[in-house]
Design a protein around this ligand. Structure first.
Ligand code: GLC
Length: 556
């Protein structure tokens, strides 16, 4: 039996939260680190393994905190370094890890490095912390990423008398990784948070670190070389740390970040789009191909699987997924087109699904049982709504609904002081959709998540098993087996196990035959309720309700 302690992040369930919108401990209307610490018992009960905090650093907040002015301290609204330490300590006591957002590619224009660069003479290392040119014609093949806000990747600066490069917004100048001093500074940032006890980093916008004429300036060999340096630096700390890449690209293009000991995991946003498309058209074939392809590119449990996050639901411009997939989604979800922003649909999960809990639970049952790191966005465990009409991506970033108390129990501040308004729209009102109420209702979405995550903990095959597709014979039914060998993680022996998953992606019931010949004669027990089915056979019969799913444990 292999006796290796697996890395903590293997198959972990990640809960993403926006610190400013989660819980306000000091009553000033803005969520804070102490507020998160107070809510750790809730997250432990829910059953997640790790918490990912979107940026906590000082920032003018012109891009949700992704415009940073100091990489090694905390935005005063959120607390200070002592609060980070306490949060990390307490999270560990509650059995959870903490992942920080690390924005490698750019800073705010207000970062002292940029201010210093403006005044530094041309050709000095200080000036060269950023990428400058005398005209705005450089790197013409690099697409403008935020083309809804920006017409060019270059911005003129009067003080410097030059243009600077910004792949994102004009107030987010790109750091110049060709300058060794920049690399060194960013590695020091990593050391700083590792010393503090951080368990991992979500690496924002990794493809864009280096530039080269005649290229799209994405995923260049120099960028990979730096990421390998980063990995080596993290390894040298001797700590077990997750490096999770955000690259909004098809798996063929994000797989290289996982090769050659570079990063540990990367988001599969193409899969996210395919999951929504499959629910929209009730077909499993394209989803199955997409899953198979991701496993061919990088086998095992290294793809992070979000349904939603703090950005729009990225569908892209025909690059991430084919146009038909985008059309299927836009036609399948009423109102989706009206909520288009930048690269996708600017809605939370539950309102996008029109409040229907069935596709909602189905999609989560899939990410909780596919190989990878399932990511749950705060509030989605409740089916929380959004506030269309707020600026930019704020509709998806509103305060967490904790209770029926004023402001949904998020803050005791008078409501004009709140960071964003709590949801009171019909069907999603915080007086109904909140943690306190849903914990008391046994059939609630929240209790469903708790039960699913508790079951998942007991099923190591879902955490790190391999995946084999099973022929279902029904166009709407996706079926796969997750199997793991017996192993010891140094503390306990984890048994060999197979779990078979079937999911009906359509809104009508489906009866199907499944080819379970590899398990012929074995017991089939449904994992959530323990219900015994007929023994496995080559033409095993199953009936699945509209958007229904099963996780069966295969017995002796
Ligand atoms: C990432 C973040 C997004 C941010 C962008 C620029 O894509 O998820 O919120 O606007 O990077 O930093």
């Amino acid at each position: 039996m292999p006796n290796v302690k697996p890395p903590w992040w293997e198959g972990c369930v990640i809960y993403q939260l926006m610190p400013r919108s989660f819980h306000d401990a000091d009553g000033n209307g803005i969520g804070d680190l102490a507020g998160i610490t107070q809510k750790l018992p809730y997250l432990e009960w829910l059953g997640v393994d790790a918490i990912w905090l979107t940026p906590i650093y000082p920032s003018p907040l012109r891009d949700g905190g992704y415009d940073i002015t100091d990489f090694t301290s905390v935005h005063p609204d959120l607390g200070d370094l002592r609060d980070v330490r306490l949060l990390l300590e307490q999270a560990h006591i509650h059995g959870m890890r903490v992942i920080l957002d690390l924005v490698l590619n750019h800073t705010s224009v207000l970062h002292p490095w940029f201010q210093r660069a403006l005044w530094a003479p041309k050709g000095t290392s200080e000036r060269d912390f950023y990428v400058w040119r005398d005209d705005d014609q450089g790197y013409a093949d690099a697409p403008v990423l935020f083309r809804h806000f920006e017409a060019s990747n270059w911005e003129w600066n009067e003080v410097a008398g030059q243009f600077y490069l910004h792949r994102f917004l004009r107030h987010q100048p790109d750091l110049n990784y060709a300058n060794p001093a920049v690399q060194e500074e960013m590695l020091k940032v990593v050391d700083f948070w590792l010393d503090m006890g951080a368990d991992g980093f979500r690496l924002d916008a990794v493809p864009f670190l280096f530039e080269a004429e005649g290229s799209r300036c994405e995923g260049l060999p120099e960028t990979h070389a730096f990421l390998r340096r980063l990995r080596a630096r993290v390894e040298s700390s001797g700590r077990d740390v997750l490096l999770l890449a955000e690259a909004i690209q098809p798996v063929d293009e994000s797989a290289p970040y996982l090769a050659n000991d570079e990063l540990h995991a990367a988001f599969d946003f193409g899969l996210t789009a395919h999951l929504f498309a499959a629910v929209a058209n009730g077909r499993s074939d394209a989803l199955r191909d997409c899953l198979t392809h991701a496993q061919e590119m990088v086998p095992g449990c290294r793809w992070a699987l979000p349904l939603r996050n703090h950005d729009e639901l990225w569908l892209g411009d025909g690059h991430l997924v084919p146009d038909e997939v985008v059309e299927t989604i836009l036609n399948g979800f009423p109102g989706a087109r009206e909520h288009w922003l930048n690269w996708g649909i600017n809605r939370r999960l539950a309102p996008l699904l029109n409040g229907d809990a069935r596709p909602n639970t189905l999609l989560h049952a899939l990410i909780y049982s596919l190989p990878g790191l399932p990511c749950l966005y705060y509030g989605d465990e409740l089916g929380m709504g959004d506030w269309p009409g707020l600026r930019d991506r704020d509709p998806n970033r509103t305060p967490m609904a904790w209770s029926r108390a004023p402001n949904g129990g998020f803050s005791s501040a008078p409501d004009p002081l709140l960071v964003l308004p709590p949801i009171t729209s019909p069907g999603f009102d915080y007086r109904v959709v909140n943690v306190e109420v849903q914990q008391q209702l046994s059939g609630s979405l929240l209790n469903w998540h708790h039960r699913m995550l508790t079951s998942r903990r007991l099923l190591p095959a879902l955490r790190y098993g391999d995946m084999v597709m099973i022929e279902s014979g029904h166009p709407s039914v996706l079926c796969y087996a997750r199997s793991c060998q017996e192993r010891s993680d140094g503390e306990e022996n984890l048994p060999a196990m197979t779990v078979i998953v079937a999911a009906n992606l359509s809104g009508t019931g489906a009866s199907t035959r499944l080819d379970l010949s590899p398990w012929q004669g074995h017991r089939m027990r449904e994992t959530l309720w323990g219900c015994e089915f007929a023994p496995a056979s080559p033409e095993w019969f199953a009936y699945l309700h509209a958007y229904g799913f099963f996780w069966w444990l295969v017995g002796e």
